[in-house]
Design a binder for this molecule. Sequence first.
Ligand SMILES: Nc1nc2c(ncn2[C@@H]2O[C@H](COP(=O)(O)OP(=O)(O)O)[C@@H](O)[C@H]2O)c(=O)[nH]1
Ligand SMILES: [Mg+2]
Length: 226
Amino acid sequence: MEKPFVSIVIPTLNEEKNLKTLLPDLINELKDYKYEIIVVDGHSKDKTVEIAKKFGCKVFYENKGKGYALRLGFKKARGDIIISMDADLSHRPKEARLLIEGIKIGYDIAMGSRFIIGGGSSDMPFYRKWGNKFFVFLVNLLFKGEYTDLCYGYRAFNRKALKKLNLKEDGFGIETEISIKALKNKLKIIEIPSFEKKREYGNGKLRTFRDGYVILKTIILNLFSR
Ligand SMILES: Nc1nc2c(ncn2[C@@H]2O[C@H](COP(=O)(O)OP(=O)(O)O)[C@@H](O)[C@H]2O)c(=O)[nH]1
Ligand SMILES: [Mg+2]
C-alpha cells in the first residue's frame, strides 16, 4: 500500500458553517494522497450540500441517522483506506495522516482515542466523560478488549476489514458497534491519540441520555448476536 487511495466519509446535518472551514483544510492535508471525500447528508436545511459540491465532494442522502449515513458512505467509498470523520470541526484534519499510517503499516482499524497520551477533548462535559468510561469498561470486560475510548468517530479502516463487520446500526450506536465487532472479528486494532475540539458552529445532535441508552442497547444486542 505505497500510495493508497483514501476515502473520507463525513456524515452531515446542517453543517454549512463548519464544512466551509473543514473542507479546505482537509483538502490541503490530503494533497499528497489520491483521495475522495464523501458527504452523506441527512437532508440539511442549510447550504451544506451546496458547499460540499463546491469543494468537489461526492454527495449522497439519507434520512435515518448518523449510523446509516456512515454505512452508506462506507458502501460508496472506493478507497483502500476509509476514514470516518465528523463535520463539526471536532476532528483535526492533520491527524488523518496518523490514522492513515496505522492502516499502511498493517492494522485493520486505526481508532482515534481521546484517552491516551497525546489525545484529549474540549468537547466532553464530565457526565459524558464518565458515561464513556463506563461503556469502555463494559465493552472491554464483555468482549475482551483493551480500548481506552469507545464513542469516538475519527477512525481509519482497511477496506477489506471494514466489509467483514456487517454493520447494522442507524444511529449513534454505530461507533460502539464497530468497536465490538472489531473485537469479535479479531481485527488488528491500533489506537491513535486524537484531540477532540469543541464543535464550532451549531448544536450537536447527540443527546447524552437518549443516546447513552442506544449505546447500552448496542452492547447488549451484540452480546447475543454473532
Ligand atoms: N447524515 C447525518 N449526519 C448526522 C446526523 N446526526 C448527526 N450527524 C453528523 O454526525 C456528526 C457528529 O454529530 P454531532 O451531532 O456533532 O454528535 P457528537 O459530536 O457526538 O455530539 C456531525 O458531522 C453531524 O453533522 C444524521 O441524522 N444524519
Ligand atoms: Mg460533535
